[in-house]
Write a protein that binds this ligand. Structure first.
Ligand code: AMP
Ligand code: MN
Ligand code: MN
Ligand code: MN
Length: 338
């Protein structure tokens, strides 16, 4: 039987992804994906545009965000799904995160200047031509062209009929306020390359920007509890992103941390991610089942090859649609207004 696939971890140019939200949705649609979530770092700025394009293409869309929390080593990223982008708790957390990014970006630019590399804050942009990449690159089936298992088709038809009855409910309304895009180290790396001060993106990280490198400056981060509480208040479902990057020393340490996070509102673990080996995916699935947490998965897509760097997946990982069913049960398709 032909399987349907989803991708619950995508970045757009609202944070450090290469493509604007609508373009990203078109690419997901061209790849035959059946549902996607946009999970930009620290911002909901891309959600309205993505939701609108997804509704036009009849592609199931889940509004999301990726937030970072303090952790003694490695990185603790938490994905929020089905979030209400109007939630004041979420918006105030995101605004604080963007503020600490600005402070940190300024500090990184000072350190770079001390190394003889000169950039202004206005150089840190992500505005790339929308038609930079071809839309079709040899994909599988289009949405809905094959019979799905009955549970899937029921769910899908519920969603489609609710969309066609009241399309506006699912189409993002323009926000009154301007939501800030999230600017980070990848923008600095690109600016260094664009201004011919560093030869490529990878070198910009290894020589200057990577954790612990010469010009690295840590972000001022909230606790995991604060992040989880904001996601929960925004009616979201929180998933622990790419647990391998926590750099836990033992499975006991990871289990203890996951239990602590569950107490604070964690509801899922990202089991499928390009940085996980197949064996790690199985381990994380076992942990999720043991702790009665759901599983999520995605490519962490930022850009296509040949650009080097993180998150060039988008299809390298395969996430079956079935993962979405228990999440949808917890968060039945509800109106998302922007
Ligand atoms: P920031 O959120 O500003 O700390 O930047 C983190 C982002 O930079 C990650 O999401 C990746 O996209 C990218 N990144 C982090 N470390 C590296 C690295 N060593 N090489 C390439 N990209 C990296
Ligand atoms: Mn990123
Ligand atoms: Mn991450
Ligand atoms: Mn990510």
């Amino acid at each position: 039987m032909l399987q349907r696939f989803i991708d619950l971890h995508l970045h757009s140019s609202a944070s450090d992804g290469r493509y604007p939200p609508a373009r990203l949705i078109e690419m997901a649609h061209a790849r035959g994906l059946s549902a996607v979530a946009l999970t930009d770092h620290d911002t909901t700025a891309g959600l309205a545009e993505a939701a609108r394009r997804a509704a036009e293409l009849n592609l199931e869309f889940i509004p999301g965000i990726e937030l970072e929390a303090a952790h003694p080593r490695g990185t603790l990223h938490i994905l929020g799904y089905f979030i209400d982008p109007n939630s004041p708790a979420l918006q105030s957390l995101a605004a604080r995160a963007i503020e600490s990014r600005t402070t940190r970006n300024e500090a990184i630019l000072e350190k770079l200047a001390a190394e003889g590399l000169h950039l202004a804050m206005s150089d840190l942009t992500n505005d790339l031509p929308a038609n930079a990449e071809p839309l079709t690159t040899g994909f599988n089936e289009q949405n809905g062209s094959h019979p799905a298992p009955s549970e899937l088709s029921n769910l899908k038809s519920d969603i489609q009929s609710s969309m066609s009855q009241s399309p506006d409910r699912h189409i993002a309304k323009s926000p009154d306020r301007q939501i800030a895009k999230s600017i980070g180290r990848p923008h600095i790396a690109h600016a260094l390359v664009r201004t011919h001060q560093v030869k490529d993106f990878r070198t910009a990280f290894t020589d200057y920007l990577a954790d612990g490198a010469k010009c690295f400056v840590p972000l001022n981060l909230p606790t995991a509890e604060t992040v989880l509480s904001a996601i929960t208040t925004a009616h979201g479902l929180a998933s622990l992103a790419h647990p391998v990057r926590l750099n836990c020393e033992s499975s006991l340490e990871l289990r203890t941390l996951a239990k602590r996070l569950r107490e604070a509102g964690l509801r899922a673990i990202e089991t499928i991610h390009p940085s996980h080996t197949p064996a790690q995916t199985v381990d994380y699935e076992k942990l999720a089942a043991e702790l009665k947490l759901s599983a999520t998965g995605g490519s962490d897509f930022h850009r296509l090859p040949p650009k080097q760097g993180h998150g060039i997946g988008f299809g390298r990982v395969k996430v079956p649609y079935e993962l979405l069913i228990p999440l949808r049960r917890l968060h039945p398709f509800t109106c998302v207004s922007f």
